[in-house]
Design a protein around this ligand. Structure first.
Ligand SMILES: [Zn+2]
Length: 180
């Protein structure tokens, strides 16, 4: 999940000068620009919780110009919004995917562990789209891709509900595709 760090610069004894928003991606080293010389050669020399209790105060030092500055960082999680068919929005909910998959896997030889792993993979794909809003149809396609590898019957069940097969022919076409 992508988070935004809100950075508040506090130049020595002067008041807040400006806010900067920097995006931090999982696993990537976060680089802070020096507010004096704009170089990225800065280091954290001290980190501690800020007095307000919900941000982190970091004392930083710039290797390029030697100046020091303080940042206050607050992590804000961006909620993922799903755009439904009727264009209404709702917050992403893992439980909904889980219910759909459990229904599709009913009485199939699929273990609970495999189902959870499948949902984990689906979530990784959904979140790596790095969008704030994702159409439910895109999520449905991802679920189908993963179900195809999990259990063919579950896949056909899910697809038949999801794609709303109008007649036997489209259903058979879909079946033939996976039985190839
Ligand atoms: Zn500098």
């Amino acid at each position: 999940m992508r988070t935004i760090i809100k950075i508040q610069f506090d130049f020595l004894h002067s008041r807040v000068v400006y806010y900067a928003y920097e995006e931090k991606e999982k696993g990537k080293q976060h680089k802070m620009k020096c507010p004096y010389c704009n170089q990225l050669d800065t280091r954290v020399i001290d980190s501690r919780p800020a007095e307000d209790g919900n941000s982190i105060r970091r004392r930083r030092s710039c290797d390029a110009c030697g100046k020091r500055f303080t940042t206050y960082e607050k992590v804000e999680t961006i909620p993922l919004i799903i755009i439904k068919k009727d264009n209404n929005r709702e917050q992403y909910n893992r439980g909904k995917i889980e219910n759909g998959i459990l229904r599709a896997c009913y009485k199939r030889p699929v273990s609970a562990v495999d189902i959870q792993r499948t949902i984990d993979r689906i979530e990784t794909k959904v979140f790596s789209l790095e969008a704030k809003e994702i159409p439910s149809s895109r999520v449905g396609e991802i679920v189908m891709e993963e179900l195809k590898n999990l259990d063919e019957v579950a896949y056909v069940r899910f697809a038949s509900v999801y794609r709303e097969f109008k007649d036997v022919n489209t259903f058979m076409d879909e079946l033939k595709k996976i039985l190839k």
